[in-house]
Design a protein around this ligand. Structure first.
Ligand code: UDP
Length: 182
């Protein structure tokens, strides 16, 4: 069940990294798994046609995808989300290596604020702290097998999937926001 708010999406993929992996490891030539001196935020312009090219704050403000104040909000939200999620996963023995998220403008009457618009474990790298085992979609992308088991392991550790959870009897049900629990 999800409550949905419509936002004006900002055409950026915002990637936060704590450990070198994937395209960063390739781009700057460091071994995957090297801890970063501090968390790094990167921006990619959302364009399938162009293959989501990496862009700088200069490009973002010059082309008007977001203004400097919005970009500040995006940066600080992205880092807060990273702190929160890193702690959450650390508590269940998982390192949050990196993740991608997206932001949007939420209008309420005449006021606008920047809010998180998309985030998912499917857009994250999650490694077991003890074994460094990958518990994310790299298992699929790198033909390692065990994808479903890895996703289930993450869900189990977070306590959102029970060992013998019975199948849900019905599909998703649309509820009006006024019916939603307060
Ligand atoms: N990511 C994503 N969608 C994209 C690009 C990246 O969800 O279109 C996520 C990816 O799963 C990883 C992080 O963003 O958690 C950083 O990805 P990276 O730049 O290393 O690219 P990759 O080599 O994984 O494609």
């Amino acid at each position: 069940e999800q409550l949905i708010r419509e936002v004006e999406i900002i055409p950026l993929e915002v990637v936060v990294r704590n450990v070198a992996a994937g395209s960063l490891a390739t781009r700057i030539g460091v071994d995957e798994g090297t801890p970063l001196p501090r968390s790094i935020v990167e921006f990619y312009y959302k364009s399938d046609k162009l293959g989501d090219p990496m862009v700088s704050e200069e490009h973002i403000t010059a082309f008007g995808w977001a203004n400097p104040q919005e970009l500040d909000d995006i940066m600080s939200l992205a880092l807060r989300i990273n702190d929160f999620l890193s702690g959450l996963f650390l508590g269940v023995g998982i390192r949050l290596v990196d993740f991608k998220c997206e932001f949007g403008r939420l209008w309420e009457n005449e006021t606008m604020r920047i809010v998180l618009a998309e985030i998912s474990p499917d857009c994250s790298r999650l490694w077991d702290i003890e074994t460094q085992n990958k518990l994310d979609k790299d298992r699929f992308r790198r033909d390692m097998g065990g994808l479903v088991e890895a996703y289930q392991e993450v869900a189990r550790r977070l306590g959102i999937m029970n060992e013998n959870e019975p199948p849900r009897p019905t599909g998703p049900v649309l509820v009006a926001s006024s019916d939603a629990p307060k």
